[in-house]
Design a binder for this molecule. Structure first.
Ligand code: ARG
Length: 456
């Protein structure tokens, strides 16, 4: 049954076969393997290894096989062949007879698998770009809906300065912009066709490889056959894009889990992304977000496993490289599922603007504003910072906010403080002051939303 049986007098033992076979997972490349084979048949016809008639028969057989395979992908997995390339070749021979045995002329599974996998990565990465864009759309919609909502901004998980809730939404839009741009770069770099590199030294047939690359929708043909069959940088790059993006999603998840907690009560997640407790009837747990946070670990794991596998591998192909698939086949669907789930959480979220405002008003989050007020009175910032620190101590001792201190209390620490301090300490003033580019003032946040929307 193996493609390479001629050299062997006995077959592999069962345990080795199971250990060696990749069909249980690389069956997912069936479409790419057949599409690649059709293009290869075209190249063989051009160099007259196949007649036009033979080419037509092979293509008809491959297309029929493609239709059958797509109907029942899972059955391919346990059909007992070594890998997807062996499966396609054997099934083609079943369909078209001896002619099927000509297809592998001048080709190796090494350039074949590199081509199939790049095709799969390109297609999947393009779906991920679409998912990321849709998620951005949801965040921007939420930003528009909650334009007036004020949220405490945190550093060290201590209330630091108030921000617009929409500013928080747009922060994640920025992160997703970088995810999209990184992934688009990776797609651009992987968009080269290894087919025609043979096992390692190049093919012995005068194939027009640029033409072949174009047939398969690649930008260009790879330049060096040794590199082409041993390069898995594209897997590393996509897993790195996935890891960075999952890190972003995990931060969003963590923010939302905290905002959804009984302690803050800033948001309420929709019922359709939460679950209950088998024991405690009152519970509504943020499972979707916790799973996004949790699944981040396995995507990072796939990335580091790939790096470890490739480290110090000699040129060219080594069987170690078969380990490139399972991690990616797990990581990318995980990434897509997490993007969709994060989008559902954002689309269904209710924001409790009273709770966010109340929290933003507490915690002396307007202290920086008071220091800036002192700067306007001619006091150097460092000195103003110290004075405000003392005023915060006074306020804490009396269990008051800064704006609840009397003028006498203010002046006991700093005589320059006057009645005009109160409007400056209002939360709206703190927000409005941040009008430089990228700040949380309403015009800046509106501009950010507009810029995103006009970019399309
Ligand atoms: N199943 C193999 C893989 O995924 C295909 C390439 C096999 N090449 C070889 N020389 N044994 O890497």
């Amino acid at each position: 049954m193996a493609l390479w049986g001629g050299r062997f007098s006995t077959g592999p033992d069962q345990a080795f076969k199971q250990f060696n076979d990749s069909l249980p997972f690389d069956y997912q490349l069936v479409e790419q393997d057949i599409v690649g084979s059709i293009a290869w048949a075209g190249a063989l016809r051009q160099v007259e290894v196949l007649s036009s008639d033979e080419y037509d028969q092979l293509v008809a057989g491959l297309n029929a096989l493609l239709d059958e395979s797509l109907e029942n992908m899972a059955s391919i997995a346990n059909s007992g062949f070594e890998d997807i390339h062996s499966f396609v070749e054997a099934k083609l021979i079943e369909k078209v007879g001896e002619l099927g045995k000509k297809l592998h002329t001048g080709r190796s599974r090494n350039d074949q698998v590199a081509t199939d996998f790049r095709l799969w990565c390109r297609q999947t990465a393009e779906q991920i770009v679409t998912a990321l864009k849709s998620f951005q759309g949801a965040l921007v919609e939420l930003a528009q809906r909650e334009l007036g909502t004020i949220l405490p901004g945190y550093t060290h998980l201590q209330r630091a300065q108030p921000v617009l809730f929409s500013h928080w939404c747009m922060a994640y839009v920025e992160m997703l912009n970088r995810d999209i741009s990184r992934l688009s770069d990776a797609i651009d770099r992987l968009n080269e066709c290894p087919l025609g590199s043979g096992a390692l030294a190049g093919t012995a047939y005068p194939i027009d490889r640029e033409e072949l690359a174009q047939q398969l929708g690649f930008q260009r043909a790879t330049r060096n056959s040794l590199d082409a069959v041993s390069d898995r940088d594209f897997v590393v790059e996509i897993l790195s894009c996935a890891s960075i993006s999952m890190m972003h999603l995990s931060r969003l998840a963590e923010d939302m889990i905290f905002y959804n907690s009984g302690e803050s009560g800033f948001i309420e997640l929709a019922d359709n992304v939460t679950s209950g407790s088998s024991l405690m009837p009152q519970k509504k747990n943020p499972d979707a977000l916790e799973l996004i946070r949790g699944k981040t670990g396995r995507v990072f794991g796939a990335f580091s496993a790939m790096m470890m596998t490739l480290k110090a591998l000699p040129l060219a192909y080594n069987k170690d490289m078969q380990e490139d698939k399972e991690g990616l086949f797990d990581a990318l669907p995980t990434w897509i599922a997490c993007i969709h789930m994060a989008e559902s959480c954002i689309r269904g979220v209710k924001v409790n603007a009273d709770a966010t405002l109340k929290a933003a008003q507490g915690g002396h989050a307007n202290a920086t504003e008071l220091a800036d007020y002192l700067v306007a009175k001619g006091i150097p910032f460092r000195e103003g910072h110290h004075i405000v620190g003392q005023l915060v101590q006074v306020a804490i001792a009396q269990q008051k906010c800064l704006e609840e201190l009397s003028i006498a209390e203010f002046q006991s620490i700093c005589p320059q403080i006057d009645d005009d301090v109160y409007p400056r300490l209002e939360i709206a003033a703190c927000i409005a002051a941040r009008q430089a580019l990228g700040g949380t003032s309403l015009p800046q946040v509106r501009t950010a939303i507009q810029q995103f929307k006009s970019k399309g």
